[in-house]
Structure formats: structure tokens, C-alpha cells
Design a protein. Structure first.
Length: 121
């Protein structure tokens, strides 16, 4: 599988971060996908005063899914929840030039964000 330059760059800069302790104030989580099919994402957002302060995640899936979540990390850190609400899969697909068969990775990421925004709201 040949990744494009945008995806390779994100894969190379992805750094594993420890997850926050359970029940940490301000941390909201969402889980999408399924481990048994090899495409799963658990997203953690630390939110303070309607602003996303930090993004952490656990992922099982292709390099495209990892790159999509790492792109999200860069995009969301420091932004207001109202910006997060406007996120569309198309933006991720275009930013990473995702092949058609991997568009689901962008949809998974957006679904996780939307789930957290609803929890916070």
C-alpha cells in the first residue's frame, strides 16, 4: 500500500500519549467502529470552557485511520466546540487525499467528534 505524502507526514509525527485516568474532569470520550473488523477508534477530548485543550486517542485500523485521527488532533487542539461541530468528513478526505475506499476513516473520526459534542452539550 502506497500512502500519499500528507498521510505519511501524519503517520511519522504521530506520538503515542498515555490516556487520562478514568473519570478525569473535563475529559469526554467516544468509541466508534468495531475491533473485530479491525477498524476501531476511541477518541478522548479534554474540554475546558468550551475549548478543546487536548486530543488523545486509541485506534485499531489502517494507516489512513491513524492519519485521519492525527490530522484531527492538529485541527481540534485549541479550538472552540462550535468549530468542532462544523467538521465534515469531506474536509479530512480532501486534506489527506484519501482514496475512495478509505473515506470511511474520515466518517469515523467525524462521528466520534459529534458524539462527544453531543455529550458535552
Amino acid at each position: 500500500m502506497m500512502y500519499n505524502e500528507a498521510v505519511l507526514t501524519l503517520l511519522q509525527q504521530a506520538v503515542a500519549k498515555p490516556l487520562w485516568p478514568d473519570e478525569m474532569p473535563g475529559v469526554f470520550t467516544a468509541e466508534v467502529g468495531a475491533k473485530d473488523i479491525g477498524s476501531w477508534l476511541q477518541l478522548y477530548l479534554y474540554i475546558e470552557n468550551n475549548t478543546i485543550r487536548e486530543v488523545r486517542y486509541r485506534v485499531l485500523g489502517s494507516g489512513y485511520l491513524i492519519a485521519a485521527v492525527e490530522w484531527l488532533n492538529i485541527f481540534l487542539t485549541g479550538v472552540n466546540l462550535s468549530t468542532a461541530e462544523t467538521l465534515k468528513a469531506k474536509l479530512i478526505v480532501e486534506a489527506l487525499v484519501l482514496p475512495q475506499r478509505y473515506h470511511y476513516c474520515a466518517r469515523m473520526v467525524v462521528e466520534a467528534v459529534n458524539n462527544i459534542v453531543r455529550q458535552y452539550g
